[in-house]
Design a protein around this ligand. Sequence first.
Ligand code: UT7
Length: 328
Amino acid sequence: MTKITAAITCVNGYVPPKILTNKDLEKLVDTNDEWIISRTGIKERRILADGLGTSDMAFEATKGLLEKRGILATEIDLIVFCTVTPDMVFPASACILADKIGATNAFGFDLSAACSGFIFGLETGSRFIQSGVYKKVLVVGGDKMSSIIDYSDRNTCVIFGDGCGCVLLEPDMEGNGVVDSILKVDGNGRHFLHQKAGGSIKPASHETVDAREHFVYQEGQTVYKFAVKGMADVSAEIMERNNLTADDVAWLVPHQANLRIIDATANRMGVDKSKVMINIDHFGNTTNGTIPLLLWEWESQLKKGDNLILAAFGGGFTWGAIYLKWAY
Ligand code: UT7
């Protein structure tokens, strides 16, 4: 029997129109354009308007995807919504999105794996397709990071931005789509990147608000060291076990946390910079949004059969790599 693989058959994205530049941030905290560019590679990022949530970006992205693919929302079987900034703690943003787009035949859930969320979601969605039971799976990756960023903390506020991307997974009989994956977690890393309050261990209170504990807390240097090693290790490993040389890799699609982490990963793989997708300069770190937004921006340059390595590292710690064959 021919093996079913899960191919990406359509991709789309949405970023809000409002731009927050490094110059704008110079007015909020003690930072400067030169420091931000040299340490992170970021020049500007997008900010979603007050009163809107992550599902509003997902609505725009998925609506466009359905139009592009020429299908109805009622044809979607499953929505995997990867985010750390759901509209609400519950219900899941997948439910809210299903309602907004009219995906009345779908079930869905949110997937929380910080910056690795989208690749975890892609693997999850691909397994549903491989089962043969599900024919159209929507994997959404998006975050309104500005809703959990402290714009008086220069360690974090310069890094993150808002945005959302999505892909459609469908069965493929030619071996295109998700070929292999290596996904990992190490909960010991939770101390270095997390949001202190708002969960069951420390629900919201006047004290937690006063202590500014509803924002991203990051020990940047520690996370950086683990990220460089984690992302490079799994990217090299997935190439090795699939007998891929650097020449065989058409594109590296790395999570966009820091240009230096991306460079280190590409170097370790031996992949030339010209084959590395980068949007950190104009979108910053959009957490779950980085990888699907890259695919969206690069879609016109991708060819059927291209070997892509997707790689990410994030809070948890979570990290991993996916070997994907482009299907169109
Ligand atoms: O996506 C999820 C996973 N996250 C990551 O992978 C992020 C990993 N970490 C990083 O990318 C980097 O650690 C950062 C970009 C967050 C920080 O860069 P760094 O080179 O590690 O800087 P640092 O934290 O070691 O700080 C160096 C100096 C410090 O000053 P002193 O102590 O040397 O005087 C900081 O206070 O830079 C200072 N600094 C800043 N200066 C200007 C920190 N943030 C800023 C800023 N502007 N925004």
